[in-house]
Design a protein around this ligand. Sequence first.
Ligand code: ATP
Length: 235
Amino acid sequence: MSNPTPIVANSLCFSFGNGELQKQILFDICFSVEAGEIVFLTGPSGSGKTTLLTLIGGLRQVQEGELTVLEHSLHQATESELVSLRKQIGFIFQQHNLLPFLTAAQNVELMLEMQGLVSSNEIVSRSAEALAAVGLSDRMRHEPSGLSGGQRQRVAIARALVGNPSLILADEPTAALDSKSGRSIVDLLKKLARERGVPILMVTHDSRVLDIAERIIEMEDGRIKDSSALSKASE
Ligand SMILES: Nc1ncnc2c1ncn2[C@@H]1O[C@H](COP(=O)(O)OP(=O)(O)OP(=O)(O)O)[C@@H](O)[C@H]1O
């Protein structure tokens, strides 16, 4: 099967509010992310990065312009089309969003349970594999309160990857971490994405991890200011 471009945005615009209170946030966004690419989206606070990421993730309705994600055309997409897109995406947020009363394993299992596609035995074995892949085999029975910030974010990565997503969207996944944990999180994401050929689009302010990107898209005031391809010599 051919590998179509996972994200294509063309003349994408977005506003919050209506009437006099309407405020345009995104202006004429054009870019694409190719299969297997690791792209960072950076820029000042309020420049529209999270808004763009949530549009790509099918978490908001596209208003104007074209946006195609994993072959779903999102302009005028129905809620059920958006839900079906979301199931193909692994989301990782700044706050890990783990449920505090579930163990690491149960948090990951929940993702597969919600997908409802595999047997309960497979749910348990695949979740254990995902936690092993992020180096947490010995922490599976711990609740989030018994894990460090970096370990919690690793659980969030395992949860994002356990459903074999076709795209990973991450919003500031290292912002709450110290420099060493932050780097190990992006190193891990890069390694897992490479092994599985999954593209990553990551919003980050974190200058400590920018060197891991293959391409950096810089936003300013709702527009793409610069999109620079970096040397792939790093791996
Ligand atoms: N739900 C909302 N309603 C109205 N305005 C919003 C809403 N969400 C975001 N905005 C505004 O949209 C603009 C872009 O916000 P966005 O969160 O996309 O920026 P960002 O670049 O991700 O910022 P940061 O780096 O601080 O997270 C900001 O001016 C913000 O105040």
